[in-house]
Design a protein around this ligand. Sequence first.
Ligand SMILES: *Cc1c(COP(=O)(O)O)cnc(C)c1O
Length: 361
Amino acid sequence: LLTIDLDAIAANCQRLRAEAANAEVAAVVKTNAYGLGVAPVAQRLAAHGATTFFVAHPGEGAQLRAIADPQLAKCRVYVLGGLSGEPAAALLDLNLTPVLATRADVEAWTEAARLAGRALPCALHIDTGMNRLGLPIAEAERLAADPSGLGIELVMSHLACADEPAHPMNEAQAAGFAGVRALFPHARASFANSCGIFLGSRYHYDLVRPGMALYGLNPAPGRPNPMKPALRLDAPILQIRQIDKGESVGYGATYRAGGTITAATIGVGYGDGFPRALSNKGWGHLRGCRVPIIGRISMDLLTLDVTGVSPQPRVGEAIELIGPNITAEEVAAAAGTAGYEILTNLGPRYARRYIGARGVL
Ligand SMILES: *Cc1c(COP(=O)(O)O)cnc(C)c1O
């Protein structure tokens, strides 16, 4: 069972507004709002005053537009992936605004504007050194001189190393982006993701684009997390058994009991997006005790050693896998990945329960 705290997400939005006091806080809700569920998350954020959303693909934009919510319907939705091979009309019909990051998209949107007979709103993504997606600075200079029908309302760039405040890339990209921003005095500017917000006001510009911080991951690595945890993952015990010394648990018999133990099996596995890499490595929490995962994690099930919990746990009792006692970051570190991946892998099989107000405040 996934419990998602919409009040915590709204509080996190508020905390980011305080941190980036002169900027608008947009919400990045790509990948189903990082696995938390785009409809309730976006509705709550819109009710909390968010007016700008970012998704990755036109398909995600279509999903967002399909949510019946008058507040959300008025919001600007930017598509980070631009046209992504879709015809311009597909975005126009859904009132989605592309973030143009390739020469081909610039040309397609310019042509669509010509056909429409009006400047079509768009954002430009300029590459300032990440070398992932984005127009080269020379292309930005060309478009600044001749926007030819593009209604450029936002110019943005993306930081490669915002999670390492001392990394020289941050300064170098900031210098590059200051130059880009100056080319488009009439557009709004956006530079910072969640971690970028915590690099200081020089990084804020007009609009910030947090994702992970809204969902409770730590945007200030190495410092205490300023965000509220927004999610917990618990699963009830399906079966309890005693395992004798020398007996094994799970596929491949990779765990062998060193003595008699009490083992509890729960209905969570890698098929739910819980990392198989945590086999014999991860842990859960039960009544204040840390209970290690034993044996291989299978598709639908995993087993934990609950010997240390007394009195003995009962079938139906919930074991915490992510929550107040285990952060998504800790789970990620043990699995050799990032908190982002733990969240975005939260599978559709989990029942999602939303707490906190959903809509109008
Ligand atoms: C995903 C993404 C964000 C949000 O990043 P977080 O680190 O989750 O805050 C912002 N901008 C762009 C371009 C992105 O791709």
